[in-house]
Design a binder for this molecule. Structure first.
Ligand code: HEC
Length: 97
């Protein structure tokens, strides 16, 4: 009887664990020009929710600074020509102006 309860508990824990991870993968950015470039460049090191969480207070210059920080400080391999596209997309879709 105790064993059954233990199995059931384990089962529930595992299901929840799975669910949390599945949710993580489902983060979808808003559709728009530049979305693919962001998806290609910003998911290597952290989840896309980094973008969503920060979006409440980001102006264009802040996004610019963040993208540059990701490149220069974190070492993100983002091409020069992609920077403007990424910053424009983030400002339009996840910015406050
Ligand atoms: C090379 C790995 C790497 C890549 C690629 C990368 N990031 Fe990051 N990012 C990090 C790390 C590490 C942190 C956490 C650093 C910290 O705590 O300040 C972070 C933090 C952030 C934050 C939180 C605010 C901040 O300044 O710390 C935002 C927003 C962010 N990243 C956005 C992006 C965007 C947008 C892209 C794509 C242009 C991107 N990241 C690509 C490594 C990366």
């Amino acid at each position: 009887m105790k064993l059954r309860l233990l199995k059931l508990t384990l089962f529930v824990v595992l299901i929840n664990f799975n669910y949390a991870y599945a949710n993580e993968d489902q983060i979808e950015l808003k559709p728009g020009f530049g979305r693919d470039v962001v998806m290609a460049n910003c998911v290597m090191c952290h989840s896309l929710d980094m973008i969503q969480i920060n979006s409440t207070f980001m102006k264009k210059d802040k996004w610019e600074a963040t993208v540059n920080k990701m490149r220069k400080v974190m070492g993100a391999p983002i091409q020069d020509e992609d920077v403007a596209v990424i910053v424009r997309y983030l400002t339009q879709n996840y910015g406050i102006e």
